[in-house]
Design a protein around this ligand. Structure first.
Ligand SMILES: [Ca+2]
Length: 428
């Protein structure tokens, strides 16, 4: 399954494009602990009387007996880790055995044979003080989705172990003030936006087996660069020697704002980063954005692709390459921005919805599509009263296949709203 980027349409996003971007996250605030089921069969020293309570949004998991423990598990709404890669927990602990290397918090990454344990008992500070810690789960996980989570408490020699948890989240970011565990040698660097305005692209027909022979090229149009191949079934790659080094290391993502028409999703890359390889003898290039994630529907999209691996291979970039392969007509790929970043970049809601001038949004409300992931969006939209304005709709995509949070905006009966075009999300 390809990477998924889900549009999170909210009233505030519709009302104000300038509003601060909220974290995109799944979160358990522990107003209830009913969903956390004890799993005595999961450990060799289960406590006969584990306690699990909550009060004022703070859960308490307690083990009275010395040397005993318990694991508690809850389901997750099948979260997509590339989007929500940071496990964040605010906890305080007392009398916990912090020797074992087994997990404190486990994420079920849907991969048999692998155990993703982002935070271990020996990471726990059992000093009775509140701590907020975060871990990038994505590089630790075997799979890309998370379907369940577990926590473990082990009592130290004196017994009466207690872990209190304010919240656990899987988020698109590390909140301010949180301590990042397992950061390795990763040090976040400020965003770099690579201006394409003066880029000189040189076609590289020898880099493809089926290069276009005529009618291909690049042009600068307004705020974007157009890459075009007019011969269906053929492609082209272009390289730009940037004449300077840009650090990719220190950035988790590349974000690319693009618009594509008749661009094939088959091929190695849409955007490639080039530079001296980190390890001598390795290739001096690697894919940063695969062709397979492009949505070739003629609309602008902002995609966010993970670049930790690419940055480990090519830490400093001194050239970029772009590929277009034509499928079903003359292909065009317009690129308006390439940015190395540590922030998941949201798509403007107007990428998905044509909004008539003067449209009012008082009648819009979010609709939970969690139970309809992967479904064809046309009947889903019809179910929510969105398919009325035939001819103006262009609903070619499915609801994202994996999402606990995808939403459409429903137009309430009798509303004056004139938003005419909606999608639940964007598959990338
Ligand atoms: Ca809480």
């Amino acid at each position: 399954m390809s990477r998924i980027l889900i549009l999170f349409v909210t009233l505030s996003a519709l009302a104000s494009a300038a509003c601060a971007q909220d974290a995109f996250e799944w979160r358990d605030d522990f107003d209830s602990v009913d969903v956390w089921g004890a799993q005595p069969g999961w450990l060799g020293n289960p406590s006969p009387s584990p306690k699990r309570t909550t009060a004022n949004g703070i859960a308490t998991f307690a083990i009275a007996e010395p040397g005993k423990g318990m694991k508690w598990r809850r389901e997750l709404p099948n979260l997509w880790l590339p989007e929500q890669r940071f496990l964040v927990v605010r906890y305080r602990a007392r009398n916990v055995n912090t020797e074992p290397t087994d997990y404190f918090i486990y994420v079920d990454d849907s991969t048999p044979g692998s155990q993703c344990q982002p935070i271990c008992l020996n990471d726990v500070k059992a000093d009775g003080a509140w701590h907020t810690v975060a871990v990038d789960v994505l590089p630790l996980a075997g799979g890309e989705s998370a379907k369940a989570m577990a926590i473990q408490v082990q009592a130290a020699g004196e017994g009466r172990a207690e872990v209190q948890i304010d919240f656990i989240a899987l988020s698109d970011r590390i909140p301010e003030g949180a301590e990042e565990l397992r950061a390795g040698n990763f040090t976040a660097k400020p965003d770099v936006s690579i201006s394409l305005a003066d880029a000189k692209w040189t076609a590289q027909p020898s880099w493809l087996s089926n290069p276009a022979e005529k009618d291909y090229g690049t042009t600068r149009e307004g705020e974007w660069t157009k890459f075009r191949v007019r011969e269906p079934g053929r492609g082209m790659k272009w390289r730009w020697l940037m004449g300077r080094d840009v650090e990719l290391a220190g950035h988790r993502y590349v974000s690319m704002r693009y618009r594509a028409k008749h661009v094939s999703r088959h091929g190695d890359y849409a955007l490639c980063v080039m530079g001296p390889p980190a390890k001598e003898g390795d290739l001096g290039y690697t894919s940063a954005v695969p062709l397979s994630v492009l949505i070739s529907d003629g609309r602008w999209h902002t995609l966010t692709a993970d670049t930790l691996k690419a940055a480990s291979l090519i830490p400093k970039v001194n050239a970029l390459a772009v590929q277009v392969r034509a499928e079903g007509g003359a292909a065009e790929l317009d690129i308006a921005e390439i940015r190395f970043t540590n922030q998941f970049t949201p798509s403007p809601v107007t990428d998905f919805i044509d909004i008539a001038e003067g449209a009012a949004f008082g009648g819009l409300q979010p609709v939970d599509l969690a139970g309809q992931c992967g479904a064809d969006i046309v009947p889903v939209s019809a179910d929510h009263g969105l398919a009325g304005d035939k001819g103006r709709h262009d609903l070619r995509h499915s609801v994202p296949p994996c999402s606990g949070f995808a939403e459409l905006c429903r137009i309430e009966a009798g509303s004056e709203n004139r938003a005419s075009h909606s999608r639940g999300g964007q598959d990338e």
